[in-house]
Design a protein around this ligand. Structure first.
Ligand code: IPM
Ligand code: MG
Length: 355
């Protein structure tokens, strides 16, 4: 079967990591008889340089007409001084919104061969780390009204509607039902009104899922628990801002932010898939980026948008095998360990898929 994938390579290491993910997708296509048709479109700084805006209408149209979107990363110092309304990040937020991708699924798991790269003491790891941050992605302070008064005071309106909370909560419960039946709602309900609405909404929904344990943590405590005892978490259900922060924290426990993929889904099968890391301008073009987060994002695309479970597993197993064989990009290598380049890591994973 044919699948139409829009590639949004973006900035910094974006183009390098997307190329490696396509290598792996092509290996899947060859092995399982699928054809992945790529359509490259502009976003972020790359779009600003070419067209003066971070999210051209052509990009939105192509994404909406596609079966799935695979994104690299956006941003870089050369665009930092632009007016905030046309910064590269506005392109990313815009495409998430245009696709209605409100559910951001960020699985964080510690690969056994990377245990050494984990900054936590082994005894902290207990049952290991295998959690999903289920982050609301199209609301919160990210999309509230922004304003600066004449005296320089800044305002960012944080708001959440009940339907926005309900739909992400149902997603979190659906995920937990396929895992360890545990949802942890993370908020700041001791202070924020939006969080009180979150908590009340989840408390109302929780009884619909009697087999699933629901508990509640304030975000400050949750961020502490994540490093004290990460094994206690299954699905973390949270808003856009807290989810952004907690997913970076969870990622570093896996050894490197270069390992964490994500899926952003709306109501249908169309999804946006991207690594959780940024464009890493400091290492762009040097061929040393870790492409695994993007390769695993492609696996999530096969699973969630195309329903190709065996194919998704094949990518994930190939990543396991290559890590177990000892291959490391520099971010996950020990100080004296040999490393492979971004392209070599892609080659190794693609070759394993074809085995
Ligand atoms: C992420 C990133 C983005 C976010 C930035 C680049 C706008 O940090 O995907 O986690 O805050 O959502
Ligand atoms: Mg982030």
């Amino acid at each position: 079967m044919d699948y139409r994938i829009v590639l949004l390579k973006g900035d910094g290491i974006g183009p390098e990591i997307i190329d490696e993910a396509c290598k792996c997708l092509d290996a899947i296509g060859e092995k399982y008889g699928h054809q992945f048709l790529y359509d490259e479109q502009l976003i972020g700084g790359a779009a600003i340089d070419e067209l003066g805006i971070p999210l051209p209408q052509d990009t939105i149209d192509a994404c909406l007409a596609s079966d799935a979107v695979l994104m690299g990363a956006v941003g870089g110092p050369q665009w930092d001084s632009l007016d905030p309304s046309i910064r590269p990040e506005v392109g990313l937020l815009g495409i998430r919104k245009a696709l209605g991708a409100y559910a951001n699924i960020r699985p964080a798991k510690l690969y056994a061969p990377l245990a050494d790269a984990c900054p936590l003491k082994p005894e902290r790891l207990g049952d290991g780390l295998d959690l999903i941050v289920c982050r609301e992605l199209t609301g919160d302070v990210y999309f509230g009204k922004k304003h600066r008064d004449a005296d320089g005071t800044g305002h960012d309106d944080m708001n959440y509607t009940i339907p926005e909370i309900e739909r992400i909560a149902h997603r979190a419960y659906a995920l937990a039902a396929q895992r360890r039946n545990h949802v942890t709602c993370v908020d700041k309900a001791n202070i924020l009104e939006t969080s009180r609405v979150w908590r009340e909404t989840i408390e109302r929904i929780a009884p619909e899922y009697p087999d699933i344990v629901t508990d509640y943590l304030y975000v400050d405590n949750a961020s502490m628990q994540l490093v004290l005892n990460p094994g206690q978490f299954d699905v973390i259900l949270t808003g856009n801002l807290f989810g952004d922060i907690l997913s970076d924290e969870a990622s570093c426990i896996t050894g490197s932010i270069g390992m964490l993929p994500s899926a952003s889904l709306g109501e249908g099968t169309l999804g946006l898939y991207e690594p959780i890391h940024g464009s890493a301008p400091d290492i762009a073009g040097r061929g040393i980026a870790n492409p695994i987060a993007t390769i695993l994002s492609a696996a999530m695309m096969l699973r969630y948008s195309f329903g190709l479970t065996s194919e998704a597993n094949a990518i994930e197993w190939a990543v396991d095998t290559v890590l177990e064989a000892g291959y490391r990009t520099s971010d996950i290598a020990k100080p004296d360990e040999a490393t492979v380049s971004c392209a070599q890591m892609g080659d190794l994973i693609a070759a394993d898929i074809l085995q």
